[in-house]
Design a protein around this ligand. Structure first.
Ligand SMILES: [Zn+2]
Length: 63
């Protein structure tokens, strides 16, 4: 059984710091807000999945 968690490197849309996020593909496509670990600004993380592969990932400013 494959691990539904995938690791992706993103850049904060505010401070441009690179960071890793872990995405759970088992729950389907999602959109959620995650605070940057460096500057604490809210990032809107959105992705789509077919349940096995990450099909798209966008990180944008939230709010
Ligand atoms: Zn940041």
């Amino acid at each position: 059984m494959d691990d539904p968690l995938v690791d992706r490197r993103i850049s904060c849309p505010y401070c441009a710091e690179p960071m890793h996020i872990v995405i759970d593909l088992s729950a389907g496509g999602q959109s959620y807000v995650e605070d940057c670990q460096i500057c604490c600004q809210p990032m809107q993380v959105s992705f789509d999945t077919d349940g096995e592969q990450l099909l798209g990932l966008t990180v944008d400013t939230a709010g």
